[in-house]
Design a protein around this ligand. Sequence first.
Ligand SMILES: O=C(O)CCC(=O)C(=O)O
Ligand SMILES: [Fe+2]
Length: 127
Amino acid sequence: MSFIRLLHYPGEVAFSNEETFGASAHSDYGTITLLATDGVRGLQICREKDRRPQVWEDVQHVNGSTLHRVIPAGQERYSVAFFLDPNYDCMVECLESCCSEESPPRFPPIRSWDYLQERFRVTYSSQ
Ligand SMILES: O=C(O)CCC(=O)C(=O)O
Ligand SMILES: [Fe+2]
């Protein structure tokens, strides 16, 4: 399953508090993400997600699936994100050969679409 998200972040944002984001902190959910932007700043990454306080850096480009967010840049911003994910009805679960009684799976099996819906809810609900 793949999809493209066309994103537009308005330039004028009413800052009610520091928790105002274009997209709140998340790491992408699928296998590959390709992102094209218009060059306007806003995308930030956090290299050490468990560190407190979290340190956020503006980025040009980083490999891998990294915790990131989009902050209001004070100007309009557009981006296009391509996501490649497992098919919606695919059960995503730990391979038998990768777990045992001593080393059980870290996460229970989940249908790909259920996982995506939950991640969308968390990422886009706190704007
Ligand atoms: O707009 C961006 O630069 C990033 C968007 C993003 O992180 C996402 O859609 O998952
Ligand atoms: Fe993302």
